[in-house]
Design a protein. Structure first.
Length: 248
């Protein structure tokens, strides 16, 4: 962690713990840094709405952006806790690894995983950012985003999104996304991780928005097309139960 980032986090912690607003001088004393350093960090934090300065007292408090981040964290924590028992049931029914992925900006990441109990099994790194256009769970998430967000996710990817799955061009890729919306699932074979294949379905929240992608992953030798056909109803049933628990 850079020194500036570490000090900025200490400022936010100090403001969180204090019952009163704090001045730049008071924060500098608490952090044992020059006042000019505290002032510079506070200015950057204020520009990003992480802190707010009272125009009269000139003291600082936590800004609205911290509430937004906290609510987003709480929402994903609730999603994970709601999904976990249904993920375990799906793992037991398929004996494959079950993942839960969410959109983070123009990327996706796994926020929970229940691993297969088989000796040969798939594994994903929780919290690792994958391009949103990769893999079955990524395309399930991407397919349900507004077109502007889809464009943003594809903007810097060049031709990789469609070449990775053997499609000719962007139009063919967008048609694949449309087919995912119609079919309610997507499949990936030896794509994100060589030797691992997956099927993914959407999970909806109380507003019918796609909150996450629920995936079943396993060694490609086991995850054949017929096996995915068998797994699909189980995965959709689990996603439906999670969606119902979220109010969807």
């Amino acid at each position: 962690m850079s020194e500036a980032l570490r000090k900025a986090m200490l400022i936010l912690d100090a403001l969180r713990e204090s019952t009163d607003d704090l001045s730049a001088r008071e924060l500098a004393a608490r952090l044992d840094v020059p006042k000019s350093t505290a002032q510079r960090l506070l200015q950057s934090l204020e520009e990003s709405q992480m802190t707010v300065q009272d125009p009269v007292s000139r003291k600082y408090r936590l800004g609205p952006r911290t509430l937004t981040l906290g609510m987003a964290y709480r929402e994903r924590l609730d999603l994970r806790n709601t999904a976990l028992p249904h993920m375990r049931t799906l793992r037991d029914a398929t004996d494959e690894t079950i993942g839960l992925s969410v959109v983070v900006g123009a990327e996706r990441m796994f926020i929970e995983e229940v691993q297969s109990q088989s000796e040969l099994r798939a594994h994903s790194e929780l919290g690792y950012p994958y391009p949103l256009w990769t893999g079955a769970p990524g395309r399930v998430l991407l397919a349900h985003l507004p077109s502007a967000d889809t464009d943003a996710a594809l903007r810097d990817a060049g031709e990789r999104p469609w070449r990775a799955i053997g499609l000719a061009d962007r139009d063919a890729f967008l048609e694949r996304l449309a087919e995912i919306r119609r079919a309610g699932h997507d499949r990936a074979f030896d794509e994100t991780i060589n030797g691992v294949s997956a099927i993914a379905v959407p999970v909806r929240d109380a507003t019918s928005r796609i909150a996450a992608a629920l995936s079943v992953s396993g060694p490609s030798a086991r995850m054949s097309e017929p096996e995915m056909d068998r797994i699909l109803p189980e995965a959709q049933a689990a996603a439906h139960k999670i969606s119902q628990a979220l109010g969807g």
